[in-house]
Design a protein around this ligand. Structure first.
Ligand code: KG4
Ligand code: ZN
Length: 351
């Protein structure tokens, strides 16, 4: 089976063709980052207009790169939430139009489930159904979740952030340091050779969250990153010459360490209390090499199989959307012909 996937939930316009077994035949990603950089974050109006401009040629390129005709496409999968409303509308409307014109089934995909399925695009994961029970750390620009996956497609959120997402903390930190947008890669680069113990940034342990937590949430597995950025803000105010004095790499290494350490502590707790066959890390922040190394250490300690998304599929892409759609379609549990987008779609509601 061959699926054409479309992704436009934020600032990437992407199309991909994926086959059974998570084999990526083509994957085209156009990133709008340069357009949003002057504003230090994504501007929704600019994002949706750029999707309108780029989507047709991105779809054409995905078909061309795959050397694939429309006859060889079995279905179209498109992200329909969560994300920026106007950006989601462009992708879903494009997918609906193509599905109608080419007479193909249309599958609505949850962007978060797309990230979750990105681990199956790695060559060494041949059977997605064999990895559960699995613990997943989902770390992107907008979300931070610890998810218990007893079987594929059924999700229990064990922990989430009370405030900023891990990626957001890196983006805000980089903004304070005037490093550029999005901040994660800039902090990672600037942290090279720095001393992670230069300053002890908070790990979000002080924030106990609301008195009553929703669902299966466990306080010990929840995150808080807003204090981290505030701590950096005050550090810079109190030490105005720290950059001139040559400590940018130390500061970035310590900041990155705080983000990674906060994530790893909760992963460690969850792995100790659950009986997991494997654990995975997905989303844009999973690109971070320091985090990947720490996760490898935890995998050894807990004797669990670590599943990491291939680097090119950590940040937003359409291959993960196509494969998430394919697995749901084959299992008979896909959302077919979604009537509308859902910018607030959650993983729990999906399961
Ligand atoms: O998954 P993603 O592309 O978009 C969302 O769905 O949010 O994640 C984007 C996030 C940004 O916050 C960015 O700073 C972060 O991923 N990121 C990184 C790295 N590359 C991207 N964070 C840490 N290290 C990186 N190398
Ligand atoms: Zn994403």
């Amino acid at each position: 089976m061959r699926i054409l996937g479309l992704e436009t939930s934020c600032d990437e316009t992407a199309a991909a063709i994926v086959e059974d077994g998570g084999k990526v035949i083509s994957s085209i990603i156009y990133t709008q980052i340069a357009k949003h950089r002057p504003y230090g974050g994504v501007v929704p109006e600019i994002a949706c207009r750029d999707h309108v401009r780029k989507l047709p040629e991105i779809v054409k390129s995905a078909l061309k790169e795959a050397n694939c005709s429309w006859d060889e496409i079995d279905a179209i999968a498109s992200t329909y939430g969560p994300g920026l409303g106007s950006s989601l509308l462009v992708g879903l409307t494009g997918a609906k139009t193509l599905a109608m014109r080419m007479n193909k089934p249309l599958i609505g995909v949850n962007h978060l489930e797309g990230h979750l399925n990105s681990i199956f695009l790695a060559e060494d994961v041949s059977d997605p159904y064999a990895v559960c029970p699995m613990l997943v750390l989902l770390v992107s620009g907008g979300h931070t979740f610890l998810i218990d996956v007893q079987r594929l497609g059924s999700y229990r959120i064990l922990g989430k952030t009370y405030d900023d997402a891990a990626g957001e903390a890196l983006d805000k930190g980089a903004n304070l340091l005037n490093l550029g947008y999005p901040g994660g890669p800039y902090i990672e680069k600037a942290a090279e050779g720095g001393n992670p113990k230069f300053f002890d940034f908070p790990r979000g342990n002080g924030n106990k969250g609301p008195a009553n937590l929703d669902g299966d949430l466990d306080k010990n597995l929840c995150f808080s990153f807003s204090g981290l950025k505030t701590s950096l803000l005050y550090y810079l105010k109190n030490n105005p010459t720290v950059i001139e004095d040559g400590h940018l790499s130390d500061l970035c290494a310590a900041y990155q360490e705080a983000v990674c350490d906060a994530l790893i502590k909760r992963v460690d707790r969850a792995l100790s209390s659950g009986n997991y066959k494997s654990f995975a890390c997905v989303g844009g922040v999973a690109k971070n090499k320091t985090l990947r190394k720490k996760l490898e250490n935890r995998a050894k300690k807990h004797n669990a199989r670590l599943l990491l998304t291939p680097m090119e599929f950590c940040t937003d892409n359409a291959a993960m959307i196509a494969y998430a759609g394919l697995l749901r379609y084959q299992a008979g549990t896909a959302v077919m012909e979604p009537a509308d987008i859902n910018p607030n779609l959650t993983l729990e509601s999906w399961a």
